[in-house]
Design a protein around this ligand. Structure first.
Ligand SMILES: *Cc1c(COP(=O)(O)O)cnc(C)c1O
Length: 352
């Protein structure tokens, strides 16, 4: 893949304070066009700007969009590294295959990320906990209202410096277990990272927020009984000494942080079970005190301890609303590898 690079003539001031998440964007972005007749072409890095699109573009009407999320981390020696970007490359193709968007060569996907991060390298923050969030996305761009298979598509990457998820130390989150709405069912798009899944989650998310909970914990769409995942994170529990996480059933997102947590925990000698976890088992464990820890895992927060869980009119406290031992250990090990403070014996990081 040949990438043409046009640099901005008016670079922005790089923010260093109150970065937040997804608020600031760097000076450049990556684009590439797809046409079924000619394949991918015109890979380019250009100044960050608005894009112009036809009002009938497929993505606006029929939701044909998939995305990814990963980060670039600055190590103490000043070098910048990515964490398992080939996993994102595989996943965007698995998502694209489901939505019938064109696939992207895995090497091209990683090369495009590397090239763009290199151009905007100065934007990678250097404080531990801060990072450059990378958002690749791919959407259908046919200029017609007809519902047909996609012939034109666009792939883009934008970058956003993001602050530490925990500027004041790791605070447990409050989660509400959703009884009515469902996010996904087996056979649908639950295992893909697509915009449509988020649209389906909006109503429950808003209800939870109104009641003072930060995110929703989803139950399966058929029996409304088995635990699936939290908002934009997978979920793990320590129940009576056993670490458990819902198995990849087809309706939950196969998180790269989830996979990394399982691999790190197993290498530390913990037993991790991927299996069905029913809401009854969880409620029973909360009632009798055997739910020792609960946490979410995803790229944004790495791991996020759950301090309170609301279900069917009752709020339960987990581990006295404190971060648990396994959650803390996972956070330290994963962030240690990501920011290059610990040896990466898994070979997960790729230097830019
Ligand atoms: C992105 C995402 C996750 C977390 O995946 P990571 O690869 O660990 O960042 C979990 N659930 C949903 C719905 C997601 O979109």
């Amino acid at each position: 893949m040949n990438i043409s690079i046009t640099k901005t003539t008016s670079p922005k001031t790089i923010p260093t304070e109150n970065l937040g998440f997804g608020q600031h964007f760097t000076d450049h972005m990556f684009l590439m066009d797809y046409d079924r007749a000619t394949g991918w072409s015109n890979a380019r890095i250009v100044p960050f700007d608005r894009i112009s699109m036809h009002p009938a573009a497929t993505v606006f009407h029929y939701g044909s969009e998939v995305f990814e999320g990963l980060k670039a981390y600055r190590r103490e020696d000043g070098k910048v590294q990515l964490f398992r970007p080939y996993e994102n490359a595989k996943r965007i193709n698995s998502s694209a295959e489901r939505i019938r968007l064109p696939l992207i060569d895995e090497e091209d996907f990683v090369a495009a990320i590397k090239a763009l991060v290199e151009v905007d390298e100065k934007w990678v923050p250097s404080k531990f906990g801060e990072s450059l969030y990378i958002r690749p996305f791919l959407f259908g761009n046919d200029e017609t209202l007809g519902v047909h298979s996609i012939k034109k598509a666009t792939f883009m990457i934008i970058l956003s410096p993001s602050g530490s998820y925990y500027p004041e130390g790791i605070n447990p989150v409050k989660i509400m277990i959703e009884k009515d709405d469902v996010r996904a069912v087996k056979g649908g798009t639950g295992y893909t990272k697509c915009g449509g899944n988020y649209a389906a989650a909006n109503r429950a998310g808003e209800n939870a927020e109104k009641k003072g909970y930060t995110q929703v914990l989803w139950l399966d769409g058929i029996y409304r009984k088995y635990i699936e995942e939290v908002g934009a994170m997978n979920v793990m529990f320590k129940i009576n000494g056993e670490i458990v996480t819902p198995e990849l059933s087809g309706s939950i997102l196969p998180g790269i942080t989830r996979k990394s947590c399982i691999e790190v925990l197993r290498s530390e000698g913990y037993k991790v079970s991927e299996r069905l976890i029913s809401i009854d088992e969880l409620v029973e464990a909360m009632k009798n005190g055997t739910l020792e820890e609960a946490w979410g895992c995803g790229t944004a927060a790495v791991v996020s301890p759950i301090g309170k869980l609301y279900y069917d009119g009752t709020e339960y406290e987990v581990n006295n609303n404190q971060i648990g031992e396994v959650t803390q250990k996972l956070y330290d090990l994963l962030t240690g590898i990501q920011w290059g403070k610990l040896e990466d014996k898994f070979d997960w990081t790729i230097e830019i």
